[in-house]
Design a binder for this molecule. Structure first.
Ligand code: FEO
Length: 392
């Protein structure tokens, strides 16, 4: 794949991965992207996941047509990109490995000592001239690890963005960018919104025509859309008006209440209602939806004097990622000592800019007329909450 006249794609698609990073379901696989810049000096941009070394080296050899690379630039030391540094150096021992000090520290940690014969340690904003192309290295700490740096080629106006602007899914599967990029963002980078904002400010000063991430498609058109989405997500602004209802139900009664609320909201014209069973649906998808909409309802049974385990996992996933600037309502169920609402609300104690609904629903075993009336009141309050009110 040709990115520009001088920049070629040498990455790989992984359809064997069961869970990306040991936890994310990737039904359409994963791409580990790598690029070669052909110039007076030749640079290879990052490596790929461990199992794909031979395929990646063959891709590089095909592009090089007998030439030898001068540089291997490492943007990020997470093994999905760094696992093949050693195998690259076995084939091209004279190449210089380019990275920052943190990258070389981690490289020694992963490989048990210094594996480089030649290395170039760069600092923030330093440049490397390849001939016609000059790369500028911009440190992007915590997008997604502390050592991360992105590289900008001002000649072809290409930003090599590391994990930023990536998405789940292999490149030989066509699918919508937003959905799997959002799930990837909130799963992987979501905790570090402030650091993403910092990178976006740097990117705004550059003339970028193409974004080459380490995962997902190369972005060439409508860049404003992708940058806008990253701005929304990293500033914790809701993307859409709507209510996401996440429920944890043992015998179906809490589920019934959640579905009843969804039906009432839809019937009364709520712009979007999404509902998920936390025990059965993809947790990363649920986290994504919680961040996507401006209102959230949590419905859980009381369990072991606490809340259902999947609800606890879900709320932890939100608070760890800095969940904020949203309105939250609660439905609790308890046959003898309902306490789920108190526990769920307490878990957001340290979260910023969360408004809790005044109305809440308590079910004792099954939805009765009293509980249904409370669901009506909660629906009304959620519907009467406008985006403007949430921003106040
Ligand atoms: Fe794609 Fe943070 O590694």
């Amino acid at each position: 794949m040709t990115i520009t006249n001088d920049i070629k794609y040498v990455g790989v698609n992984d359809h064997d991965v069961d869970l990306f990073e040991g936890q994310y379901d990737v039904p359409n696989g994963m791409a580990y992207n790598s690029y070669v810049i052909l110039d007076d000096k030749i640079a290879v941009m990052d490596t790929v996941e461990e199992g794909f070394g031979d395929e990646w080296l063959a891709n590089i050899a095909a592009v090089l047509e007998g030439k030898k690379p001068d540089y291997l630039v490492i943007s990020h030391m997470e093994p999905d990109h760094s696992a093949n540094i050693k195998s690259f150096l076995e084939v091209y021992p004279d190449a210089t490995v380019v990275g920052n000090a943190k990258i070389f520290t981690m490289m020694s940690q992963f490989f048990g000592g210094d594996i480089t014969a030649n290395k170039l340690t760069v600092s923030d904003k330093e440049t490397l001239c390849l001939g016609k192309h000059t790369l500028q290295f911009i440190f992007a700490a915590m997008v997604h690890w502390p050592e991360v740096m992105v590289s900008y080629d001002s000649t072809d106006k290409v930003l090599f963005s590391a994990d930023a602007f990536g998405k789940f899914g292999a490149l030989d599967v066509e699918e919508d960018w937003d959905c799997e990029a959002r799930r990837y963002y909130f799963g992987i980078v979501g905790k570090y919104g402030m650091m993403v904002q910092k990178l976006l400010k740097e990117v705004a000063t550059l003339d970028v025509a193409t974004v080459c991430p380490l995962h997902g498609p190369i972005l060439t058109e409508n860049l404003g859309h992708y940058i806008g989405q990253y701005d929304t997500w990293s500033s914790y602004r809701p993307e859409n008006e709507g209510v996401f209802i996440a429920y944890a139900s043992a015998h179906g009664n809490t589920k019934k209440a959640a579905q009843m609320l969804a039906a009432k909201l839809e019937a009364q014209g709520c712009p979007k209602v999404a509902i998920s069973d936390l025990a059965r649906e993809d947790m990363a998808e649920c986290v994504e939806d919680a961040f996507r909409y401006d209102r959230l309802v949590l419905a859980s049974i009381t369990y072991n004097a606490g809340i259902f385990p999947c609800m606890k996992t879900f709320i932890d996933a939100l608070t760890e990622r800095g969940y904020q600037n949203r309105k939250i309502g609660f439905i609790e169920n308890g046959s003898w000592a309902p306490m789920a609402k108190k526990i769920m609300q307490g878990m957001f104690e340290k979260s910023k800019d969360i408004t809790f609904c005044e109305e809440s629903v308590t079910i004792q075993s099954a939805v009765n007329a009293e509980a249904e009336a409370a669901i009506d009141r909660l629906a009304k309050e959620l519907l009467n909450t406008t985006a403007e009110q949430l921003e106040e």
